[in-house]
Design a binder for this molecule. Structure first.
Ligand SMILES: [Zn+2]
Length: 266
């Protein structure tokens, strides 16, 4: 297999044209003609992930978050990102990013999150594309049976990988829960859509005090705030499955390195 073969599969699943205009997706480093046998999947292109790739002798790292989002004039080793690029190029490790194009895909980041927290049945986008009701940001699904906010939160915490702070909940613990909206990563732009959708709870990451407080003052629904990394990590398995189902013969590994920015809670 060559890098081109792998990229073709990824771009069929996560068309770059669907990425937000401010985003930077696709091939960051590497030669499209280079052979690829081992693919490491990770949320963040950070030093710990590069080390893992080096140790496992990966030929390609697929990450959710871009390494460079804005213009840069130097990849010197005097910055962490420059050091990372040097490590990758010196060791023939390519880097490829599927970010907001993976968020809106079907199946995408929020589908994997919805399944991880126990939602069943059809999942529909919380904010569908005007031209495609099956693609877009966030997902709405249902719990297998009616439950309480407290029970659903416990289920969600168990279904997501462990991070230093786990999850935070806003709302009455005894509130009945069946319809749930989720959005991987920072989802506060979807608070209005979650309310309009009439769900019982909205689970996302990076919720700030004021938007969350105002949302709850206005009657909710309930909120669950998880670690950013934890909400996107379930997608890595889904992306690996897409590679395997495509027939490209590569070995895949989902990085279990916790790269959430927050490493300890007290
Ligand atoms: Zn993210």
């Amino acid at each position: 297999m060559t890098l081109t073969n792998v990229i073709e599969v990824l771009e069929a699943a996560y068309p770059p044209a669907r990425a937000e205009s401010w985003d930077a997706v696709g091939l960051v480093s590497g030669d499209p003609a280079q052979p690829v046998r081992r693919v490491l999947l990770a949320v963040d292109p950070v030093a710990a992930v590069a080390e893992e790739a080096l140790e496992w002798q990966a030929d390609l790292i697929v990450t959710h978050h871009p390494l460079y989002l804005r213009g840069t004039t130097s990849v010197a080793t005097t910055t962490p990102k420059g050091r990372l690029i040097h490590t990758l190029i010196k060791n023939d490790i390519a880097l490829y990013t599927a970010h907001t194009n993976a968020d809106v895909a079907n199946p995408g980041v929020s589908d994997a999150l919805a399944r991880a927290v126990g939602l069943t049945g059809d999942l529909v986008p919380l904010q569908p594309f005007p031209d495609d009701p099956w693609r877009g940001l966030g997902r709405i699904g249902e719990t297998a049976e009616e439950t309480t906010l407290e029970e659903f939160a416990a289920r969600a915490a168990k279904g997501l990988p462990r991070t230093s702070w786990g999850i935070r909940v806003a709302g009455d613990p005894s509130r009945r829960v069946t319809r749930v909206a989720v959005s991987g990563g920072a989802g506060d732009s979807l608070l209005g859509a979650a309310r309009a959708a009439g769900v019982d709870v909205f689970l996302t990451a990076d919720l700030r005090h004021h938007p969350a407080s105002e949302f709850m003052e206005a009657g909710g629904p309930a909120l669950i705030d998880a670690a950013h990394w934890a909400t996107e990590w379930p997608w890595l398995d889904s992306a690996a499955s897409i590679l395997h189902a495509s027939g490209v013969t590569v070995e895949t590994r989902v990085s279990a390195t916790v790269t959430d920015a927050w490493t300890r809670g007290y």
